[in-house]
Design a protein around this ligand. Structure first.
Ligand code: FAD
Length: 292
């Protein structure tokens, strides 16, 4: 932790007498079974570079922790409100308010609260996150703590925090393209990046994708790790991806896109976003690059 001082601040790199910069905190939520894996290597590079830059880095190593992936009544200590018809969202909201969530969830929520940036590091499983990481999302990002009907998207709980997906694939980039056999990676990423991360308000940084990590030659893998190492140097300064702000939608009309937004996009001949495409072409690479 950096004290207020008259020395050069390690974070903002300027001589400052009024620096209140606390060391920024990064949480890496990591899901791989093997320390010999490429995912482990990517995670280790992140820990090494970010620590060297003066950030405090915490890792939630989900398999090592044997993190429970299922959302059940055991996630609440003591009696649940309605045991006959258990409703996970309502029950965990109440338990969160009363400090009755299980210790493992409470500890992960503490890490999220303290983090300025969260990196999810994982191998892509069935075009999504591994089940253990989906379990982390289901159980940690609970109603009340991570979102409410009023606090979501651009008004979301975590709008001052950054987040990103960093993952490996087996498949080549060409197969996950608009013309590729598995379909457009922008479509694949939309549910996670918009439906989970931006929904909770996070500023979503461009994903780090290690294409075909298990299929390319060693030199190509080494090059991908070096590119990651370089990106990490300035990661926290990156502009986030662009998502649709809440005021694009009319609540009284069932959260439909407002007429003025429709007009603008009709003129541009492109949809609002990957999922909100208005029956028009998707904004190209909007889930991969900031400013699109
Ligand atoms: C249930 C399931 C579903 C899947 N679904 C999909 C899917 O939908 N789409 C898809 O594309 N893939 C899918 N896969 C494949 C999976 O995503 C890949 O196997 C995974 O991404 C590869 O990453 P890894 O870390 O496990 O690689 P590893 O196999 O652990 O490593 C790859 C290579 O990197 C080497 N390596 C390790 N450390 C370093 C280092 N420091 N420097 C250089 N090289 C190193 C390793 O020795 C190895 O040769 C799925 C797999 C499973 C089990």
């Amino acid at each position: 932790m950096l004290e207020r001082s008259s020395k050069v601040c390690l974070i903002c790199s300027v001589l400052s007498t009024g620096c209140f910069n606390m060391a920024k905190k990064v949480l890496i939520v990591y899901a791989h079974q093997s320390p010999a894996s490429f995912n482990a290597a990517a995670k280790n590079v992140a820990v090494e570079v970010l620590t060297a830059k003066g950030y405090t880095v915490e890792v939630s190593d989900l398999y090592a922790m044997k993190f429970k992936a299922t959302a059940t009544t055991e996630d609440i200590t003591g009696d649940v409100k309605n045991a006959e018809h258990f409703c996970y969202g309502n029950e965990t909201k109440l338990a969160w308010e009363e400090g009755k969530l299980s210790a493992d969830i409470t500890e992960e929520q503490r890490k999220v609260t303290e983090a300025d940036l969260i990196v999810f590091q994982f191998p892509i499983y069935w075009l999504s996150v591994p089940a253990i990481m989906k379990g982390w999302i289901d159980r940690v990002l609970t109603l009340g703590f991570a979102y409410t009907p009023e606090k979501r998207y651009s008004n979301g709980v975590f709008k001052d925090k950054k987040v990103m997906l960093s993952f490996t694939t087996h498949e080549a980039e060409s197969t996950l393209s608009a013309n590729g056999i598995h379909g457009d990676i922008n479509v694949v990423l939309w549910p996670l990046q918009n439906g989970v991360l931006y929904y909770c308000g996070f500023q979503v940084l461009a994903p780090q994708i290690f294409w075909a990590a298990s299929g390319v030659p060693t030199e190509a893998r080494n090059a991908m790790l070096e590119a990651w190492r370089t990106r990490l140097q300035t990661l926290l300064e990156e502009e986030p991806l662009r998502f649709s702000p809440l005021d694009y939608f009319d609540e009284e009309k069932g959260f439909q896109v407002k007429p003025e937004v429709l007009e603008k996009h009709a003129a541009q001949k492109v949809g609002v976003a990957v999922g909100i495409h208005l029956g028009m072409p998707l904004p190209a690479n909007s889930q991969l690059k900031a400013g699109v």
